[in-house]
Design a protein around this ligand. Structure first.
Ligand SMILES: [Zn+2]
Length: 344
């Protein structure tokens, strides 16, 4: 019986040494150590042994079982490690390959300019308001002192949706809406940035869609000098402390008096050069004192309240500030153009 056990041990160890597959190894384990395995079969016969032989054979049987178990466990470790190693090799990342460049985006130049202007006016106590881009004829024109037969409506040919609805031609309706919301009871100090639409043929200086920022300040005792002070701060913060402004008389239906604001030319500082077409000044925006009719229509008593308004085009501001000569650049989405300003 001892010889039988030894034979089983040698046979099993030889098979384990030869095997190269975890499944086959498992089969060997079952064949020798399982319930119906050959070692188990031999041990079942121990009952027939004499009481003297039993402990001797029992000890040998245990040694054989341990030897086979250990051989199988060791082999199992070897096979699993080999499998893991193979998998790691297959999945290895070649760190020497050049990486793909990651393009980092940034805000559009117009967005940056608008945010810069917003920050500037928020710093002076203005709130930022928004309004609908599809606007009623009433808020877009009538509430701003432009009745239906007013000739100034021809100046801004519009995209009408219905007879009473149109794509707003300026951001001024937001002012009318805000004043109406405040019911003529409290001061208004706001700017409203947003998209506006006009039936223009696109060229280097015109676009059928562009942006505008309007500002409005209505309170008791607001004067023209307040307007000039605010515009002067705006011009210096936006274009440089060495720039001056001047106001020229102009006409807008919703302000009286109305002015155009120029800033001194960056190149010649007012002497006159080709950039400013010899005038020394560059036109920036329109402004004026809010027309009494506009105040009255919004529920503000023009004998008690007065105010100023201004409107500017962020495209024009950006073009002057960064030397861009074609407004269409803002809308072509050419990344070569746009990414120049990500760090600006
Ligand atoms: Zn100049």
């Amino acid at each position: 019986m001892q010889a039988e056990l030894k034979a089983i041990e040698q046979e099993a160890l030889a098979k384990v040494a030869a095997v190269n597959d975890v499944k086959e190894l498992q089969a060997i384990k079952v064949a020798y150590l399982g319930k119906k395995g050959s070692l188990t079969a031999v041990l079942r016969g121990m009952g027939k042994l004499s009481p003297e032989e039993r402990p001797v054979v029992g000890e040998i049987a245990n040694q054989v079982r341990e030897a086979i178990t250990k051989a199988i466990d060791d082999k199992n470790d070897v096979l699993e490690n080999a499998a893991l190693e193979e998998k790691l090799q297959e999945e290895a990342i070649d760190v020497t390959l050049p990486g793909r460049p990651v393009t980092v985006g940034g805000p559009h130049l117009l967005t940056k300019v608008i945010e810069e202007i917003e920050d500037l006016f928020i710093g002076m106590g203005y709130e930022v308001r928004e309004g609908p881009e599809v606007e009623t004829d009433y808020f877009n024109f009538e509430a701003l002192n432009l009745p239906k037969d007013h000739p100034a409506r021809d100046m801004q040919d519009s995209f009408y949706v219905t007879n009473e609805l149109l794509l707003r031609t300026h951001t001024s309706p937001v002012q009318a809406r805000t004043m109406r919301e405040y019911k003529g009871e409290k001061p208004v100090k706001m700017i409203c940035p947003g998209k506006v639409y006009r039936r223009d043929t696109d060229d280097a200086t015109h676009s059928h869609q562009f942006t505008q920022i309007e500002g409005l300040y209505v309170d008791k005792d607001v004067k023209m000098s307040d307007l000039k002070g605010v515009l002067d701060i705006f011009a210096k913060k936006m274009f440089g402390e060495d720039r001056n402004i001047r106001l020229r008389p102009s006409f807008f239906p919703f302000t009286e008096p109305s002015v155009e604001m120029d800033i001194s030319c960056k190149v010649c500082h007012g002497e006159g050069c080709s950039v400013c077409k010899g005038t020394g000044w560059i036109e920036i925006l329109g402004a004026g004192m809010v027309h009494p009719n506009v105040l009255e229509m919004a529920g503000y008593d023009p004998k008690v309240y007065s105010g100023f308004a201004f409107g500017m085009g962020p495209e024009r501001i950006a073009m002057l500030k960064y030397g861009i000569n074609d407004i269409r650049q803002f809308y072509l989405n050419d990344s070569r153009f746009l990414k120049q300003f990500h760090q600006a």
